[in-house]
Design a protein around this ligand. Sequence first.
Ligand SMILES: NC(=O)c1ccc[n+]([C@@H]2O[C@H](COP(=O)([O-])OP(=O)(O)OC[C@H]3O[C@@H](n4cnc5c(N)ncnc54)[C@H](OP(=O)(O)O)[C@@H]3O)[C@@H](O)[C@H]2O)c1
Length: 271
Amino acid sequence: MSPPTTTLITGGSGGIGLQMARLLAARGQRLVLVSRDAGRLQAAADELQRAHGAEVHVHAIDLAEPGAGQRLFEHTQRQGLRIDALVNNAGFGIVDEHVAIDAAQLQRMLQLDVVAVAELCHRYGGAMKQRRAGRILNVASTAAFQPTPYFAAYGAAKAFVLNFSEALAKEMEDHGVSVGCLAPGPTDTAFFDGVDPRRIAGGHHFGKAGRADPRDVAAAGVELLLGGGLTRVVGLTNRVMVLGNRFVPRAMVAAVSKRLLRPLDLRAAAR
Ligand SMILES: NC(=O)c1ccc[n+]([C@@H]2O[C@H](COP(=O)([O-])OP(=O)(O)OC[C@H]3O[C@@H](n4cnc5c(N)ncnc54)[C@H](OP(=O)(O)O)[C@@H]3O)[C@@H](O)[C@H]2O)c1
């Protein structure tokens, strides 16, 4: 399979997505960066053009809106952009008791983290199948590998991404299209910006000191996208954790997750 020439990255204006864009631009790829904030997208495109002479297209769209995946696909069709590789990276999480989450925010999270991923794989994956060529990378999380109390719907959304990606990979391998799933652990990006510090402080690995460098996570993602492979858990500690989960009863995994993930303010309230 010839290397992709045009890669579309959702959430390409910041965090892990922008780091992947930098690595792909350095390899001479043409990029399509997608996120909500047009100003941040243009700043990213300008940087990549300056640093690497890359051709960068941007499109501002809210992928948490129903039907956004289809609208994005139609937009790139109208622009005559053939998408050789798709990186479904945009996503966010909500830390709280499930019943305390704002209903509209919950809807948006599921729309972005689950529905948009499936929809974009459906549209761009279909075009790739017709061409018998293409690459897809979906960004899940280590949260996908066990129940995540107080992060319940986010972890389940990422479990969807993981299972969906692995199944799609098997379907698409017969059509010359690779599908990989990247599973980062906590990573030092804006992902945690909206979360109350009392919910992420403390000794467990959500704390800032335990977070991975987004450049390392992006490098693992680009390697998976270009080199092929099913699922990549990023970081040795995370790989050990994911492997260990397989040998422990699910009830015990759920109980340990609760102990680790319970926000500090809720621990205090329970005393
Ligand atoms: N950071 C972590 O600890 C961590 C761990 C495991 C997995 N992940 C996963 O990694 C992926 C990237 O996260 P990150 O850490 O790089 O987060 P980030 O720094 O917050 O970046 C998120 C990117 O997605 C875009 N985005 C957010 N909401 C969007 C929407 N509704 N429509 C379109 N674009 C949207 C953002 O731009 P705009 O705000 O301008 O739209 C930004 O470009 C996510 O899927 C996340 O779940 C992150």
